[in-house]
Design a protein around this ligand. Sequence first.
Ligand code: CA
Ligand code: CA
Length: 472
Amino acid sequence: MQRVLALAALMAMSGGNAVSWRGEIIYQVMPDRFFNGDKANDGVVRRDDPKAWHGGDLTGLIQKLPYIRELGATSVWLTPVYEQMPGTFDGATGYHGYWPQNFRNVDSRFGTLDDFRAFTRAAHGAGMKVVLDQVVNHFGYTAPFVRQNPGWFNDPSSCAGKGDNDVFCPIFGLPDLAQQQPEVRRFLFENADFWRRLGVDGFRYDAIKHVPRDFLRELLSRDASANTFTLGEYFDADPGIVAEYQQLGFRSLFNFALQGAMRQSIMSGQGLDGVRAMLERQDEIPEPDQVALFLDNHDVPRFANGTPFEDVGRERTVYGVRALMTLRGIPVIWQGTEIAMRGGGDPDNRRDMRFSDVWTPDERAVYEAVKGAIATRKSSSALSVGNLKLLATPARLASDLLLFTRENGQQRVLVAWHNGRERRTVALRSTVAARISALRGDLFGQDAKLSVQGGVVYLSLPPRTAVAFELD
Ligand SMILES: [Ca+2]
Ligand SMILES: [Ca+2]
């Protein structure tokens, strides 16, 4: 008996992979482009130049935590705040945080280490968790450390012979850390410990495709032991890659393939077949509840930018957010998506955040709809953490209609995404019909209707939106 207890205690201590962010909603912030709370730390600011520093900082982020909380997010992910390399590269500064020269300090333009401590304290005080972006692949181009420690970096002239160009050769020419060397590994492990001690609850690891897997396995094992959530960015990851890296030790990965399919079907007007194909592959993923869901982020064009028309962009952003809130996983909202901000590829997708004092009535309407969709998800345990089962759709409707149930314990929700241009009534004779006896109306407060007659479910669906019905 004692031995069993001791074993149980040991397992609890090691943490294993137990840390779960099931049910969380993450809000993504790029501090330089969010809110300027302290003009004294600005340095050289040129807000008309998308590659220059714009003045946002940690003090501003603290001031806007009530805004993020009011939207309904439970966690904040901020892009890196390290001290950045001096000067510019190709006309760009390190405003985005991905060109570090000192991994254990906050850039003076974002504030100080004390400001970072104040931020994690304030977030925790508001009941929110903190996810910090962590760079483990490279230093900034002009960082003096690179010249002083050439042995820490893969040699670009011989990297091609090492077996994996993605891992051992530089991305975008950035000085590439040689994690095969013990001192480099130790340095990166201790970086994680450093930020963990400042109150970080989770790391978003950048560019993991370009980092050796044996190093990641050890890094993630240390994070798991410390109960730190881990979210990997493997650009363009599909369900197979998500599965592979969850098995390696990541708790979560961004499902880029699903994001691409949602952009094509919801924003760019193609059928829903691509989304269905991605959801059909969810069984490949060991832990679908932990996978990060998103419509856009700082590395892809804005979701609303998928149409040249601003009104269409707003309508379909609301459709997209409602659809996102019906899926299994952890929704991530990039700053500004809640008001359908526009912008093409980097850096146009990183325009300065607009807050309510400058919103147009149209932006306010999008915000209210997004806030409502988040609240709906949080109020339904089936939508937040339930399983997801795809339902058969009549073949002639396959491009226009996606149907699935979400179920958690006794709570069941029927979800329909409708891509058609006109209101449509759909009759379903499926096994689900037999189980539907009553319902509470459309959870997103739209004009959708459901009726059961003689074992057939009739749905009346407004054009181009996602709806959810709570079933008894
Ligand atoms: Ca500032
Ligand atoms: Ca690398």
